[in-house]
Ligand binder design. Structure first.
Ligand SMILES: Cc1ncc(COP(=O)(O)O)c(C=O)c1O
Length: 346
């Protein structure tokens, strides 16, 4: 089965798997991240994000996001985010339940926050009855497949900082963003004032590994303890670090992301002219959102699984991954074209 449901439906990139096998070299290594692989991964994060970057390897994205936001907030503080943010709609209430974090949500049209959203949401400063905003979290690339530009990011960091807030990036798809922007990671994080990043590797071809990368010195105080308390400290840490090294040492992260982004662009181009099909979001990374004629989604889904994103409008989401091939995209477009033709004739 090959489909467009999620970039997590894809397997592990063979180069990542080989790196894990190589780390399993028959010798013992210190546990809990005190191993040479973790040290190397930390070095690579400094190479990609700048010399002040401190990184902590984590198991998964939800845990990394929640622990990162928790690190920044005192008990009365909260997190500004888009209504569509993964932290709000797809983390099962973990920020609230596990992190004790109130999310201060705001509606957007494209999944992107602006300084105006911050101004409207980070309010009642000094009012003891209101949760005090402390973190602004954005997703790059967003849950809707859109992308923040460098000037937009800089404006957000300024708007956050002038209110004493920190800017967190949920980078579950940060490699897709870097590939789409054609920029190194630091150019759209460290250099524009982002304070901390959840670095996603799993969708980029890892088996399962993420990291929280602090870019503002001092913000990670106590994070070692918080990570353990949040159940995100891996005992056999070398096997998580080996995955990050495989992606970040050379250009595997970029190749994987470019493949996924190119597949989404090809898919969008293939369906744009089809009668009754409307692509609803700018296609800027590895996702395509669309509204289809009635019955089309159901008839194609069996062969190529994907999700209905919005039950009310019928909007669907198609995700491309590091292993999506042009032939698979063309096959999917052909199936959609056939279904649209049948729908038009009925
Ligand atoms: C925007 C975003 N953030 C974070 C995550 C990480 O989630 P998980 O806990 O499944 O690794 C995902 C995965 O779907 C995501 O799409």
């Amino acid at each position: 089965m090959k489909g467009f449901a999620s970039d997590n439906y894809a397997g592990i990139h063979p180069e990542v798997l080989a790196a894990v096998a190589e780390a399993n070299d028959g010798t013992h290594a210190r546990a809990y991240g005190a191993d040479p692989w973790t040290a190397r991964a930390e070095q690579l994060f400094r190479r990609h994000f700048g010399p002040q970057a401190t990184s902590y390897v984590m198991f998964n994205g939800t845990g990394a996001n929640v622990t990162a936001m928790r690190a920044c907030c005192r008990p009365w503080e909260g997190v500004v985010c888009a209504e569509t943010a993964h932290v709000n709609v797809d983390e099962g209430g973990a920020p609230e339940r596990m992190g004790g974090l109130k999310l201060l949500t705001t509606p957007t049209t494209d999944g992107k926050l602006t300084p105006e959203h911050i101004a409207r949401t980070a309010i009642r400063v000094g009012d003891e009855h209101a949760v005090q905003a402390r973190v602004v979290t954005i997703t790059q690339s967003t849950e809707l497949g859109t992308l923040y530009t460098v000037p937009e990011l800089r404006a957000l960091a300024e708007a956050a900082h002038e209110r004493g807030l920190v800017l967190h990036v949920d980078g579950a798809r940060i490699a897709n963003a870097a590939a789409a922007l054609g920029l190194p990671f630091a150019a759209f994080t460290t250099e524009v004032g982002v304070d901390l990043v959840t670095f996603g590797a799993t969708k980029n071809g890892a088996l399962g590994a993420e990291a929280v990368v602090f870019l503002t010195p001092g913000l990670d105080e106590g994070f070692l303890y918080l990570r353990k308390q949040s159940m995100q400290l891996a005992s056999k840490g070398r096997f998580l670090a080996a995955q990050l090294i495989a992606l970040l040492d050379g250009d595997l992260w970029l190749r994987s992301a470019q493949t996924a982004n190119a597949a989404a662009a090809r898919l969008a181009a293939g369906v744009r002219g089809l009668p009754g099909v409307r692509v609803t979001q700018a296609v800027e990374a590895n996702a395509v959102f669309a509204i289809l004629p009635p019955g089309v989604a159901e008839s194609v889904m069996e062969q190529y699984p994907f999700y209905v994103w919005d039950e009310h409008t019928g909007e669907v989401r198609w995700m491309c991954s590091w292993d999506t091939t042009p032939d698979e995209v063309d096959g999917f477009v052909a199936a959609l074209t056939a279904a649209v033709t049948v729908a038009a004739g009925s």
